[in-house]
Design a protein around this ligand. Sequence first.
Ligand code: SMG
Ligand code: MG
Length: 368
Amino acid sequence: MKLTGFELRVIEMPLVSPFRTSFGVQTVREALLVRAVSDEAEGWGEGVAMNDPLYSSEYVEASVDVITRFLLPALAQVKDLNASGVAPALAKFKGHRMSKAAVELAILDAELRAAGVPLSRELGAVRDRVDCGVSVGIMDSIPELLDAVGGYLDEGYVRIKLKIEPGWDIDPVRAVRERFGDDVLLQVDANTAYHRGDARHLAKLDPFDLLLIEQPLDEEDLLGHAQLAKAITTPVCLDESIVSARAAADAIALGACSIVNIKPGRVGGYLEARRIHDVCVANDIPVWCGGMLETGIGRAANVALAALPGFTLPGDTSGSGRYYSRDITDPFVVENGTLRVPTGPGIGVTPDPDALEAVTVRTEWITF
Ligand code: SMG
Ligand code: MG
């Protein structure tokens, strides 16, 4: 396969409702799509960097910049480039994993489409449907939260994740348990909003039998997470801290987590994501697939990954309607609490040209 060029497309997708986390409120998902064009097929990748560097240091405009000025020029120098050669060729550039992941996925998708192989099969999937959880933002009031959670349970979601922050933690969890009972799979995500000194406070979540608490402390504070894990009974899960297979191995060895959230964008791509899955399986650490409010492009790939054997917990792989009134691909629809793993070649979905045009802010073409 000979790559001939890349299209970078910045899109803006309005969310069906504002999504509030400990780091901010989002009403629109701005994202970067990468289209890799070759002589045999074209492939799509989605960048998960957000508009502002609040979830992590990356952001959309930085992605466009680093891909244009550094990543694609470096890849253009590689002879017989294929998807597995992308990460090694880009390793000299520090960080920018979300940008690297978007480019790698576009090339991988083109390669798999040319070969007629579905991404799920390439990654080693063992399921044709995956269980869906949903991430519920911080609300203005408990009644509003209970309405939202009730709605998602009615839609069939099999696991609820509540976003928490200081001042919105014990009470909302208690209210959800009281209203919906102990059988609901329930977990919380702090997006780094707490500090080491909060251990005693976070131990107040212990009686609620949560599946996990996700990323309570700073992304660099592995030792703090290890100490916290000893002080509370809720299992600690890491998201932001796990940026590579090595980081996962270190966190596990330190006792900083007993569950891992895998987001391909955060770790530099689907191939590294699979390595993290393998490290976790070897250490008996359950994993689940995180989400970054992906469009159908990124969602298709996430669902393929979530079908691997070590993904034993429901992911933030919600239906398109959780985020967008109109997705850019055929919508992903939750049925019996599950999403279907695409079976077509590559990621198995293609954006609808009209839907794509309607959300496009700008495009750039880079000849390879
Ligand atoms: O895609 O369903 C989704 C979002 C899930 O909560 C979610 N993601 O830290 O796990 C996380 C957050 C990061 C994005 S928040 C805007
Ligand atoms: Mg998280």
